[in-house]
Design a protein around this ligand. Sequence first.
Ligand code: TPP
Ligand code: MG
Length: 525
Amino acid sequence: MTASSVRQATFEVMRRQAMTTIFSNPGSTEVSFLTDLPEDLRFVLALHEGSVVGIATGQAIASREPAFVLLHTTAGLGNAVGAIATARVNRAPLVVVVGQQDRRHLALEPFLAGDLAGLAGRYPLDVLQPARAQDVPSAIERAAHTARDGQGPVIVVVPMDDWDALADPDARAAATRMVRARSSSVDASELAELVESADRPVIVAGAGNDSDEGWAALTALVDRIGAPVWQEPFGARAGFPQDHALYRGRLPADRAGVRRTLDGHDLVLVVGTALLRQYAFAEGPLLPAGTTAAVVTADPHEARRSPADLVVVGDPAVVVRALADGVRSRDHAVTEPRSRLDDDDDRFHAATVFAAIDRLLGPDAVIVEETPSTRPILEDVIPTRRPLGFVSAAMGGLGFALPAAIGLRMAMPDRPVVAVAGDGSSLYSIQSLWTAVDQRVGALFVVLANGRYAVMDRLADQHGGKPPWPAFSEVSVSGLARSLGCASVRVEDLASLEDALSGFDGTAGPLLIEVVVPVEESFAP
Ligand SMILES: Cc1ncc(C[n+]2csc(CCOP(=O)(O)OP(=O)(O)O)c2C)c(N)n1
Ligand SMILES: [Mg+2]
């Protein structure tokens, strides 16, 4: 059957590209697209655009396939920009359709007309504004290819009158299917030479290596050459199994710390990230003097900004596998797995909470981290033991964990998915809980309630002064959850936390556990 309207032709594209769920917060400019939606297209409403895009991002991260987002002109896209930026840095493929006023009077700038093309800045991989209504279906199909190929968000602006226009079957301007050929023979010989000529190589694993194949390849290499492995700091994902005997922990996020930690190594091999992710600026070179650096990454932007001696652009799973096969194995002492944080604080605090989560949810759990003052504790107490076991907002914008956990659980209903968030962080996208209830998504939300922006307070303190921002200990996150229809409990001791965790199986929808905790005495933001 030939599609008769642009709208119907677009539905065909969406089915073909497996984008049959629409994540949206719509307005008048999207009504002509959405009214009487065919039954095979699922509509998921979120009550703020940051949550819309965050939930879609969770699904896209889990599936690596484009998720379809529909937003309402300037206000909708504007509200979503932070989440779109996060999707870009987290490498989440999204097709973001933004509704626009009617073409026929756009020139008169009617109510709701949007200046949309530049609104998300350079965060989208592309922004498409089809020249004619008939070009819309192909623009959306092309956006799906771009999003999938570049693993990021693509925006398509569609005026509201386009949907009812007659489709033009001869206007097709995109491939039906696009697959990237995986090169079966990768030349890793230059990398192998570097590794073989190094006396003490060390590996830094990053978010880009978080896949079954990536972990397996890097483990094979590490087992062959016996190099210690560090996780990149502030990474969005875990690039290596953190229960491996050669795993050493999270690299410091400043140059001085990196130099100190990597001192004595003559080769740093970075896999699945850029050289090298930092947070606070510190003077001096990135690496210890005389250290050679090599990078393997699939992301051309990471590749180009890495000041390394050699960068290999390609899927780390494939490149590292070739390297592991090509490099001479060397004798190395069998090391004991590093010891983890010794919780000698007898108070009920963050480390106790994280240990309980780990104990009761097990190694298969997906931890969606957004707990600024206690992130290092979390990473120390809960080793990531499965690919996709750790997800975090890669560029630091809060409001990601709650919606992302919902999208991740939608895509992976068989894995426990838990957002672990600070109370401040939880408030940026709290209304996403309603969507989890509405869609019966069994995600778990553990909110660490210390009643303040502890990390900000500490930063002000380190700056030598007092912060003007107040605490907010009167806010009840469990009360907010309840008012959004989400089951919730507030706990203040370990036994109640364990009860809540062990009583949750996700079949009836989400649960939020507000855990009252003190501010950690010692932590360095
Ligand atoms: C959207 C956004 N706004 C502001 C910030 C700055 N910020 C970073 S951490 C933080 C406080 C987080 O508080 P909370 O989640 O309660 O964690 P805690 O520090 O108490 O552990 C703020 C406001 C940010 N990263 N993102
Ligand atoms: Mg807090």
